[in-house]
Design a protein. Structure first.
Length: 229
């Protein structure tokens, strides 16, 4: 089942990329395994999944302990509280959800303590939805200018969660805006800022996101089925 879902998603990624002259390898798939038990992650691993996205600190820590494989990468995709940074900073390969200077500062501090470099994305609430975390688009440039000076941190790019819509086309302007913002930031040539990662697109809208320049998509439902909370 999971193997079939994964093949299906990979095929779709390949088809879209070939359509727009992009290398399919330029799109990284984050397998969003939140709420799913280890047995399911194991099945995913057997099917070839190596990057797992989780949105809760406790769940990452539990799964990290229970499911140890050398080549697995954990991504934190959910809202992160400053006081919990210390539990995951040396366990995750990428934090997608940095949306304040104080959080970045906490990550920098804990990364220094553990002598690691934390790789982060800045979360942007492009659609300005009240229910969502993330910086407003207009505030991102200044935030990047402050955060990039922190030690033991590398800003790899931007992330957004687009609204839940019936027609994914409605989210195209959001993805376009995030892409443009990444281009503007890249032009500044700041130290420790790369903008190689544009994390946008989920089960419902990943095709449009890839067309608009996503280099990382986060898929849960289409791979693992519905989530029971
Ligand atoms: C749950 C989640 C996803 C996956 O969403 P699906 O619609 O199940 O693909 C992606 N990104 C974030 C930040 C999430 O919390």
């Amino acid at each position: 089942m999971i193997q079939e879902n994964l093949n299906n998603i990979k095929k779709q990624i390949t088809d879209i990329c070939l359509n727009i002259d992009r290398d399919p390898k330029s799109v990284v798939l984050v397998n969003v395994s939140k709420t799913k038990p280890i047995s399911i992650l194991e099945e995913g691993y057997e099917a070839g999944m190596r990057i797992f996205g989780e949105n809760k600190v406790q769940e990452i820590c539990d799964k990290y302990e229970q499911f140890k494989k050398e080549d697995i990468k954990w991504h934190m995709i959910g809202h992160l509280q400053r006081n919990k940074v210390k539990y995951i900073v040396d366990k995750v390969d990428l934090i997608h959800s940095v949306d304040s200077y104080r959080l970045a500062e906490a990550i920098s501090k804990e990364a220094k303590k553990k002598n690691v470099v934390a790789h982060i994305l800045i979360q942007v609430n492009v659609a300005q939805e009240e229910s969502k975390y993330g910086l407003e688009t207009k505030d991102v440039m200044d935030m990047v200018r402050s955060i990039h000076q922190l030690e033991h941190l590398k800003i790899e790019g931007l992330m957004t969660i687009a609204p839940f819509v019936d027609d994914p086309e409605e989210n195209r302007p959001i993805f376009k805006a995030l892409y443009q913002l990444s281009v503007d930031i890249k032009e500044q040539n700041l130290d420790n800022v790369s903008m190689d990662v544009l994390s946008m697109g989920m089960t419902n809208d990943f095709k449009v996101a890839i067309e608009e320049g996503a280099t990382m998509i986060r898929i849960g439902t289409a791979l693992f089925g519905d989530r029971n909370y």
